[in-house]
Design a protein around this ligand. Structure first.
Ligand code: ATP
Ligand code: MG
Length: 604
């Protein structure tokens, strides 16, 4: 038999190996930034063009490389960071595998300009698809600048697999944040297509979080500190009241390296149990300093997975630290220096008498389903049937086996019509119940309203109907640069929804108008941005659906909201006027029937 096994040419072997380390532009950004941090740079610049497909450049003012080291640095397994196996358990640097530059050079056109501080002349080196093109002396700043052009130029399959500019940019930004947030004593700038996205001065951990995520974080964070023999934990967690509906900012670092660790994540989220809703996520930025001998980082090429020798102990310490931090917060009295003068007056008028029960003022005209004409009109645009017809609609969506033969249909429809509005009952201010021919119809009020509003807003976005409620006192809202960017991307759609946002620069917007009935534009816009982040990279992303869903979920009446008979009747009618009355925008069941047999069964 012929011998068929051959050694692959170096260039092919390199490309294959590179695939493990560099999967997309963001991986190259991560590797270059980590090298710059390891080189002791105090100011780092990241320049990206076309989501890294044409250019990724990182400039640092770190140690620089000698002429020989510059050449060596592109060899596989060439590193200055470890020399023997034992060193793997004493790692303090971000890199140690000696693979990153070799991998980048295998699949891109790379230029390095570097000069150690004490040398007068630097060296400039060009390498393409692992081949050295040239290396010459050059004049350059001390430190190192590496530009990576045309990533995957020689691996077309890989290049074609890259996602759109927005998705790749998001990955790049995420890698930038993972490094910049914890390297807070280093200054960073990040330019994307010649636009400055971030300029961050060296400062504290907290100031860096605020610099990256926006001014509101200043008030939202609680410090975490715990020093034990095994670990030192420092960082910040979000106050429970600011937990998010989508997995937002959750960052773990071990010795300043970003890691993913579901077990430790559990330690944090468990400490929040019963303080935040079960579907909310806490924010955290936690750094764990630990002797490198107590961990194993060498599990995955991207180094985001690590093993602790004693993970259970780290879990226990972390859990206790978080609990303590939340506990302190709960005990600290809130001092509000901006007390509303009317409240002070009310108390000073009756200093010694016992306090009366607070008065709840209800606007008797407020109807969450009908309160603005625009929204009602919105429903009518998709031909709402008369009340007597909703049962017929209901018939079409329920289990076909339950549908009665044609001859008693008229009767059954009549049976389904609540005889009068009094036929509705609200249970635990959460469900609506109504007698129907086959039993009891049980409707989840919040999900039903979400569905109604969702279809209304989808319709509004499609038809470019523009309804806005002017703000008497326009609010200033601050966002992180990333979030502000998303809001700018969504500008046209937000207008269609009724938002009138005026950019003020520095990621601040003035809210001159909102969709009707929106009282807290900040929380609504934050939800929209978060949902966008969560969904934008999925293949079947539908922007209008995301916006309508965010609006509906924010504005729908919640469980615990008392409804009048008239409002219940409106809800019934509007729900069964919807195109899909059976499931909420987030895919949950809206109603069910408890059959007469089941009811009888309860009392057997
Ligand atoms: N910006 C830089 N400034 C100074 N030296 C650098 C810089 N980038 C790389 N080097 C040198 O080049 C070597 C190779 O870099 P490379 O990123 O390939 O490997 P590494 O950082 O040692 O390990 P890893 O593959 O885990 O990143 C480094 O060990 C370092 O000595
Ligand atoms: Mg490296």
């Amino acid at each position: 038999m012929l011998n068929t096994i051959k050694l692959l040419p170096d260039s092919v072997a390199n490309q294959i190996a590179a695939g493990e380390v560099i999967q997309r532009p963001a991986s190259a950004v991560k590797e270059l930034l980590e090298n710059a941090v390891d080189a002791g740079g105090t100011v780092l610049h990241l320049i990206v063009k076309e989501a890294g497909k044409t250019l990724i450049q990182v400039i640092d003012n770190g140690s620089g490389l000698s002429v020989v080291d510059a050449r060596m640095s592109f060899e596989r397994h060439a590193t200055s960071k470890i020399t023997k196996a034992d060193d793997l358990f004493a790692i303090r640097t971000m890199g140690f595998r000696g693979e990153a530059l070799a991998s980048v050079a295998a699949i891109a056109q790379v230029e390095m300009k570097t000069r150690p501080h004490d040398d007068e002349v630097g060296t400039c080196l060009k390498i393409e698809g692992s081949k050295l093109i040239e290396q010459n002396p050059c004049q350059c700043q001390s430190g190192t600048s590496i530009s990576v052009r045309n990533l995957f130029f020689n691996v077309p399959a890989r290049r074609n697999f890259l996602k759109g500019v927005n998705v790749e940019n998001r990955h790049i930004l995420e890698e930038f944040i993972r490094i910049a947030v914890i390297q807070f004593d280093i200054g960073f700038s990040y330019f994307n297509n010649d636009k400055l996205v971030y300029k961050l001065s060296p400062g504290s951990f907290k100031s860096r979080i605020v610099g990256l995520f926006g001014q509101p974080y200043n008030e939202r964070l609680l410090p975490v500190e715990q020093k034990t023999e095994l670990v030192t934990i420092t960082g910040f967690i979000g106050k429970p009241e600011f937990s998010k509906k989508t997995r937002g900012e959750q960052y773990f670092f071990v010795n300043k390296r970003y890691i993913k660790h579901p077990y430790l994540h559990h330690a944090v989220s468990n400490a929040y149990t019963e303080l935040i809703p079960s579907d909310a996520y806490p924010t955290y930025f936690i750094n764990i300093e630990i002797d490198p001998g107590e961990i194993d980082i060498n599990i995955h090429p991207t180094k985001t997975e690590i093993n602790f020798k004693d993970a259970r102990l780290v879990y226990a310490i972390l859990h206790a630290a978080i609990k303590q931090s939340i506990g302190k917060h709960a005990l600290t009295p809130t001092i509000d220096f901006n007390v509303d003068p009317s409240i002070e007056a009310a108390f000073s008028q009756r200093p010694s008498t016992s306090l009366n029960q607070p008065e709840v003022r209800v606007n008797p005209d407020y109807n969450p389903f009908k309160s603005n004409q625009e929204i009602s009109r919105g429903f009518k645009t998709h031909d709402r049937p008369a009340q007597s017809e909703w049962e017929a609609l209901f018939e079409t969506i329920k289990n076909p086996a339950e549908i009665q033969p044609e001859h008693d249909k008229t009767e059954s429809i009549n049976d389904l019509v609540p005889e009068s509005d009094a036929g509705f009952l609200q249970v635990r201010q959460t469900y609506l119940v109504c007698n129907v021919r086959t039993g009891l119809l049980l409707i989840h009020q919040q999900r039903a309203h979400e569905r109604i509003l969702y279809e209304f807003f989808v319709n509004q976005l499609q038809n470019h109907q523009h309804i806005s409620q002017q703000q008497l006192f326009p609010e200033h809202l601050h966002f992180s640069p990333e979030d502000a960017n998303i809001l700018r991307q969504l500008d046209a759609e937000l207008k269609n929804l009724g938002f009138i946002l005026e950019p003020l620069g520095a990621n601040t917007f003035v809210v001159n108008g909102t969709p009707p009935n929106v009282n807290e534009p900040l929380s609504l816009l934050e939800r929209i941005v978060e949902n966008h982040k969560k969904e934008a990279s999925s293949l079947n992303y539908d922007q209008n659906a995301m916006l309508a869903k965010s609006m509906a979920m924010n504005m729908a009446v919640k469980a615990g909201f008392k409804l009048s008979i008239k409002e219940m009747s409106e809800l019934f009618n509007n729900l069964f006027s919807c195109q899909v009355p059976s499931v909420s925008p987030s895919g949950k069941k809206i109603f069910c029937i408890i059959s007469s047999e089941e009811l009888e069964g309860f009392l057997k």
